[in-house]
Every structure is written in structure tokens, then in C-alpha cells.
Design a binder for this molecule. Sequence first.
Ligand code: KIV
Ligand code: ZN
Length: 385
Amino acid sequence: MRKINIFDTTLRDGEQSAGVNLNAIEKLEIAKQLERMGVDIMEAGFPASSQGDFQAVKTIASTIKNSSVTGLARANKKDIDIAWDALKSSQEPRIHIFLATSPIHMTYKLRKTPDEVLEAAVSAVKYAKQKFAHVQWSAEDATRSDKWFLVKIITEVIKVGATVINIPDTVGYITPKEYGELFTFLRENVPNISQATLSAHCHDDLGMATANSLSAIEHGVGQIEGTINGIGERAGNAALEEIAVALYIRQDYYKAKTTLKLDEIKHTSQLISKLTGMAVPANKAVVGANAFAHESGIHQDGVLKEKTTYEIITPELIGVSSNRLVLGKHSGRHAFKQKAIELGFDLSAEKLKEVFDAFKALTDKKKEVTDDDIFALLADKQTEP
Ligand code: KIV
Ligand code: ZN
């Protein structure tokens, strides 16, 4: 089974979510949890972006021992020097240099010609390689770039020492099929591509970040970048927990694995949600509050008989103790009886039927019937003669 490296950028791209600002202590707490969960690489920040981020990256780099720590830098000596100061104490100093390659970005943002971009990328990687053993280079907005220009620039940065080549879908524009084909094209046309690891970095503007990342895996990438809970710029980054769990559940199909400790996922998700102030939507895949909640009577009945009828992921896999049967207007008698037993009631079949009818009437009036409501109904019936 092929191993896929997990590159977590919760502390860099994730922190770029509108309204999120983590202090150094919070970043360190998240970094320790990411290490516990077993991410291969964590991008701790963008050291040249602020003094605060520099300090946070430096502290994380000297504390974290079991994941490789990296930091972002633009393609210039100043950013690379600052990144080196922040990262040199890490176990395995690693830098992530990016430069845009699409006509839109080169013309309007960088105001550089393709030749100037090529020259800047090559000299930045060459310079960084004098300090860092691992140099990742990203072609920002790669998916809207000319493919042959990508071939040229990737070939050259590998020649001067890039060890990871990242192909970001910066604006979440590409489709899964096109993204997969782009990796196949690069693997076929970049002559020295075998000297580097290919990496995918997806954004979720069209809701395709997870599908695009999985397609990249099918087309040979060795590294996936993303964030926990999918937080990040605009609609966010690819949600790493979705990708890791999809690979695990569908290993028959992908034939690739991560070494993430999946049972740390829920805890990590909750910690990040708490510290960033970004709530996880209840229906979010894998980590949402409803991901293991069953409401309809047919589903509850099925799950009580055999969990796999409606659950392809066990809650325990991601560190949740059990599934949740939510009692509402779609619930059936079987689940209701189970709840009565859980709450400590052992009523006759006839009394239970009466409480069930009262419960059904209540569900038409109240959106959410709580355990307390059910307890009150059961208790009333129990004390009746
Ligand atoms: O989305 C993007 O292009 C990025 C780069 C800095 C890698 O986050
Ligand atoms: Zn990004």
C-alpha cells in the first residue's frame, strides 16, 4: 500500500481564514495536537509575515520532534533568511517557497514576465538549498497556468534542489478529472520529476477540494496538503480528516494509506474549532456533530439491528465513543424503547405505547425533543396507577 504524506497547513493557510487570529500559545497547543495525530509535515506559519508569526514558528520548530516543521516564504532572499532563523532549530529544517505561474497572477499581481518568474524561482530555490535540506516549491495558481510553462519551471527548480513540487489549485477552480490529468501530464513531461515528490494543495471554492485531492492521489502524488475542518482562505482548504478517512474506508479502491492516528481526529477538530472560533457545521463529513446521528425510525431500527446498515465509518475510528440516536418525529418505537431503557425505565408494553404516542405528539410541537422531555413523559407514566 502506497504511503501518502500528510502536510497540514492549519496553522498557515487555515489561519488565513477570515476572522481567525491565533496567538503563539494557541498555535503551539494546536501544533502539539497535530504531532500527536501524526501529521508528517506541519506548516507552522509564514515567518516573514509578522513578528508574532516568526516567534510562533520558531517556538513550534524547536518544540515539535515527531513531525517535520515548515514555514512559508516568498521567492526572495529576505523571506528565506527569516524562515531560516525561525526554522533552523527544527529536527529537519524545511522551507516552502511559492511563486505564481499563471498569466493572471504574473501579469497583474507580480508584473513579471514568465522569464523573470522562472529566474526568480530558480534563484530562490538555489539560495534556500544552501541552508535547508528540504525545499518545497509551489507554483501558485498552477491550475490556471500554461502546462508547458509548468514543465519548464518545475524542471529547472528540481535541477537546483527542490525536493517537493506542489501544484496548488489556489482558487479552487479545477475539476477532479482535470487535476488528475495535470499530474499525469507533469509526470510524463518533466524529465527529472522522479527526483521530487509531487504534492496536491486544493481549495474548496466549488466544493471539490476533497475530490480533487483524492484524484491527485489516484494520479500518483505522494503528498496531500490541507487543514483540519477544512478551514482556510475563502471557502477553505481540503479537509484532511475527510481525505484520510476516505483513504482508510476505501483502501480497496485507492490502495494508498496515511499514517495519521485517525482516533485523534475528533479531538483535533474540536480543539481547532475552539481556538479559531470557527464552528464545525453539524452536517460536516467525518467531524460534524451529526456525522454519526441517526434520526429516522427506519435508520434507527437498522442501526440498532446492525450498525453497518447505515454507518460506513464507525464513530470509534475517529475517536467518538458511540453513535447517537436522535429522537424526533421520524423516530420509531424500537429506538424509543432503547432510549427508555437508557434513561432507567422498564415500563410495560402498554404503558410504553402510551408514552410513545405522547412523545410523537410532542415532536409535532417541539423541534427538538430532549432527553429531559422524554424523561418527564416516562416518569409521569411510571407514577400513574
Ligand atoms: O493556495 C495556494 O496557492 C497557497 C500557496 C501559498 C501554496 O496556499
Ligand atoms: Zn492555499
